[in-house]
Design a protein around this ligand. Sequence first.
Ligand code: SAH
Length: 251
Amino acid sequence: MGRASVSFRLIAAFVTLTATIAFAVPKAGANDAFADARASMVDKIEDIAGAVGPVDGRDRIDGEVLAAMRRVPRHLFVPDELTGLAYADRPLPIGYSQTISQPYIVALMTDLLDLESGDVVLELGTGSGYQAAVLGELVSRAFTIEIVPGLAEQAAARLAQLGYENIAVREGDGYYGWPEHAPFDAIIVTAAASHVPPPLVQQLKPGGRMIIPVGTRFSVQHLLLVEKEADGPVRTRQLLPVRFVPLTGGH
Ligand code: SAH
């Protein structure tokens, strides 16, 4: 890979995350005034995926993931003063020092989970609820945990208003997972952890996949893919450098 593409890859992967504000709303998938903006956002995601090159051997984002992102009204997951930037390929602030992730990163992480329609998925770091909504479009049930009470409440209200009955939001420290609903076919962590939380590995189904950024605020973070083999062993692969807000909590 050439030097230019390496640095592009680094830049493209730089993320900061999170969101806010519920306004009255068309349901996800509605042909609202932002449909064209969403389609352009998805075109941009495909361009970036092409420029970044293969990640874990795949050089494009799955069509169903892209279709889901063409449906979810991202403008309803950002503060209303940022509505005009909602479909730009960049993270945006959502209050409480958190961010909604860059759309390309949402697409990439969702794609890497290899989701099936019957899957049950856990997300750590609900933030705005946008990533959860994308998951909700693709799987049978999504559980999502947020440590900041204000964000958890807003995201739960927003997702309910949008009609996502298959998504459950809980306030709490996601480090310990959600044992009542385990095991999960897939787990996605949207804040950077210093290590892979053992409770999450435990709550992953054999054959399941977890995608998690690992590193600190001051060091390079890497997106890791953790796969639990059907017979038990866990394989971890480091995929690409990213930047996320830190996972907080008491562990
Ligand atoms: N997925 C979100 C963006 C998440 S930003 C979206 O689509 O908008 C990361 C989020 O992780 C922040 O909201 C932060 O408060 C939350 N977070 C940080 N540490 C956490 C923890 N231990 N448990 C649950 N959530 C956590």
